[in-house]
Write a protein that binds this ligand. Sequence first.
Ligand SMILES: Nc1ncnc2c1ncn2[C@@H]1O[C@H](COP(=O)(O)OP(=O)(O)O)[C@@H](O)[C@H]1O
Ligand SMILES: [Mg+2]
Length: 254
Amino acid sequence: MKKEIDKYLYEKIIPYRQERREKDMDDRKAYGGVFDKRTLLAFYKLLKKGVIQEVEFPISTGKEGDVFRARRDDELLAVKVYRMATINYKGLSRFIDGDDRFTHIHKTKDTIIFLWSRKEFRNLGDYYNRGVSVPRPVALWKNILVMEYIGDESRPAPLLKEVLNRVHREIGYEIIEEMRKMLKAKLVHGDLSEYNILIWEDKPYIIDVAQAVPINHPLANELFLRDVKNMVRVLNKIGLGITKKELIKEIEVI
Ligand SMILES: Nc1ncnc2c1ncn2[C@@H]1O[C@H](COP(=O)(O)OP(=O)(O)O)[C@@H](O)[C@H]1O
Ligand SMILES: [Mg+2]
């Protein structure tokens, strides 16, 4: 078993670390923290189950997690890995406590990260089933979430932030439509901004939904108003000329 695991890891995952090490010494530190042993085993499990066949390269390395492009047959997938080592455990509990979907779960420092990953998976599913434009959730194992990849063979979809001065006003109206659907799904995103919206083939995709909370959650109001404030700023950059009040009226579920 041990040998088999090593073989998988060496063939499928570790090469990316080495390749990157050669390419960019400075990035190594930020990148190195991802693959603690448990995460490697979780990767192994997903490879072994055939959920993913190949981990290709990192699309994004963040403070709390990293996103990789992977594939299964001809299908591209995005794999989000939450970092076991550097995550802010205490900060996360606030978003889990008070969520009816996650009661009776004993939280320890260790399990909260899995819970957080599960929360993102569940939120993606809830949004997806309500027709919100989010990446389709594919699988979850421990701190690894597999989802639809937005982009194509040549590149991942750009962030709204990167194309802000090029997008058509129509995109702004489509984002408002997505906000309406999110509210209808009774889940407040909570971190909505030009950094968590991808634009692909003239269509917005909402991402990064781990912190989303049900509308009856103690933080829901505050998060909703923050999302609205952020999005008014963004939508006005796209040229919509909209106020907070008008935006709320637009997305309110009648
Ligand atoms: N499904 C996806 N398809 C393509 N790129 C993605 C996908 N999900 C995330 N990304 C890329 O990875 C980055 C980080 O993902 P995100 O979920 O926002 O995590 P965080 O901001 O917590 O690091 C995004 O900004 C985006 O560039
Ligand atoms: Mg993000």
